[in-house]
Write a protein that binds this ligand. Structure first.
Ligand SMILES: [Ca+2]
Length: 536
């Protein structure tokens, strides 16, 4: 160990573990610091003493905290800062105004479990195994939480987990490897009881709270922040249930959105709660999903916006708490969602589709004083980039297995150069959500192209047609473009180790077969189990 370091450790023995950790894991930071130490050891020791007296370690400024705020099913276009004049999101808009707003942020697999696994592992779903909803993420997968915990971060998870597979209720995830690196815990596996949510801490005792879920979850988040030791960095993930259907919010928010004043998007069609043509025998999805507001009307959009404004209030509460605790300048707040919601656009519901309403999500990084403010970029960002980008911002090494791009330089305002394209995937069919077959898609700065294995499907020029009203896929005028995008998609799949063979056309998600009776890591395990059950 360098002599200067030993001296610093003798000066501040209680921070010995910090020094050892930094020496082991951050050679470049140490190199930088060694130079300063050599330049003026006396000033360094004085500075160290001052920092010690103020109760902070020497290195806290180099290790910002991370607060990830992630509502469920919130599309990017449901934010004021995305240009939506109807929805009220003043606090989220403030995050964008005081931070970096990636206007082209995409969910690689626009459905819950896959998206959450991609975010935490920095790998695509066919690599981390989470190709369908309600599988369990393998305990041996390396997650952002585990990596940061190994760096001395205090980790916390609040809200909807949805990575544990098996029956969604009651939803206790015991301490240990199934929590994937999170220590502090106030969470549930999956439910949509937005008005009386249930949670678990470290025992199987269910806690029911009579508050709107975002407020209840943020109470736990505030508990985490207020008990944060001053000399440790933290990573806190706050994954809220709304605005996921059933659509609704407390009255004071609903009152702000009279349905008759809602101007639906140009691509909206009424009646999306009705079954799609040819599926008349199936129970209409809307009948199950919407208990609070009538399905398929503007009332749903009003209730969706009301839930988002309720969430926005909680974002304000979290940010204010960071300010009150003097943590704002050293905490990177990340705001995103696992996927969006069609909400009647193109006559469709929910997610799992390549349209922007389903796949484009919020993407904001905010850390006043440390990151640029008021910066909006069109650089493509997708879920798979999030973990490597955060590791990049913290100056930590990125595991080779991670497939996403480290876009830290874009966040820091050094460049707008990013990926040329984003890979979109859907591996299974799901008729209740109008997914007739697995598909793959590619999003570039300008175009969205998607195909099934055997046929092209959608081609939109989002620059000229942001509402994606004109599908150019069969237009002979755009044949060359379509073939180019098709090749680009094939190359992107190959680069990421994806192939059509990962798909599964069995109806595994329908009726909740995959999770209601057992816990499975792979669809094959479920199908084998099913075969072994007489009478199934
Ligand atoms: Ca979701």
């Amino acid at each position: 160990m360098p002599q200067e370091m030993e001296q610093l450790m003798m000066t501040f023995p209680e921070h010995q573990t910090d020094f050892v950790r930094v020496i082991r894991t951050k050679p470049f930071l140490i190199r930088r610091r060694m130079i300063s130490v050599k330049m003026n050891r006396f000033v360094m020791v004085l500075a160290g003493l001052a920092i010690f007296l103020s109760g902070r370690t020497l290195f806290s400024a180099d290790r910002p905290n991370i607060l990830l705020i992630m509502p469920d099913q919130m599309r990017a276009s449901a934010m004021g800062c995305d240009g939506n004049p109807q929805v009220k999101t003043p606090h989220i808009d403030q995050l964008a105004a005081r931070g970096v707003h990636f206007r082209n942020t995409y969910a690689n697999v626009p459905v819950c479990c896959s998206a959450r696994a991609i975010l935490l592992t920095g790998t695509h779903a066919h690599v981390n195994g989470m190709i369908a909803n309600d599988l369990r993420l393998r305990e041996e997968e390396t997650t952002l939480a585990e990596l940061l915990a190994a760096e001395g971060y205090r980790t916390g998870f609040v809200g909807k987990w949805h990575l544990d597979g098996g029956p969604r209720m009651p939803g206790f995830v015991p301490p240990g490897p199934r929590r994937q690196g999170f220590a502090f815990w106030a969470a549930y596996e999956c439910h949509h009881q937005h008005f009386s949510p249930t949670y678990f801490r470290d025992t199987p005792d269910m806690i029911r709270i009579q508050k709107f879920e975002p407020e209840a979850s943020c109470d736990f988040a505030l508990e985490f922040l207020r008990t944060q030791p001053k000399d440790h960095p933290f990573f806190l993930a706050v994954q809220l249930g709304p605005p996921h259907n059933p659509y609704g919010a407390p009255a004071k928010y609903m009152q702000q959105y009279p349905p008759e004043r809602i101007v639906p998007p140009k691509n909206w069609q009424p009646g999306s709660g009705l079954p799609a043509r040819g599926q008349a025998k199936k129970k209409p999805a809307g009948a199950i999903l919407n208990r609070n507001v009538p399905a398929g009307g503007v009332e749903e959009i009003a209730a969706y916006y009301a839930a988002i404004t309720a969430i926005d209030d909680q974002v304000g509460r979290l940010v204010q708490t960071l300010k009150d605790l003097n943590l704002e300048q050293e905490t990177i707040v990340v705001f995103t969602s696992d996927h969006g919601d069609m909400l009647g656009s193109h006559g469709l519901r929910l997610k799992r589709k390549p349209y922007d309403e389903s796949a484009r999500v919020p993407g904001i990084f905010c850390c006043p004083g440390q990151l640029p403010s008021g910066r909006a970029v069109s650089t493509l960002l997708s879920h798979v980039d999030l973990a490597p980008t955060l590791l990049g911002l913290l100056g930590l090494s990125i595991p080779k297995k991670m497939q996403g791009d480290n876009l830290a330089a874009v966040v820091r305002g050094e460049t707008e150069q990013g990926p040329e394209a984003v890979l979109l995937q859907q591996f299974v069919t799901y008729l209740p959500d109008n997914v007739p077959a697995p598909w793959r898609g590619i999003v570039t700065q300008r175009y969205t192209y998607a195909r099934f294995e055997n046929a092209p499907w959608l081609l939109f020029d989002r620059r000229n047609d942001p509402d994606e009203l004109h599908n150019l896929v069969a237009d002979p005028m755009f044949e060359t473009l379509r073939l180019e995008l098709d090749q680009q998609l094939a190359a992107l799949m190959k680069k990421n180790g994806d192939s059509w063979s990962f798909n599964n056309s069995e109806f595994t998600e329908e009726g909740g077969g995959l999770y209601k009776t057992g816990t499975f890591y792979r669809i094959e395990d479920y199908l084998n189990w099913k075969k072994s059950q007489p009478g199934r």
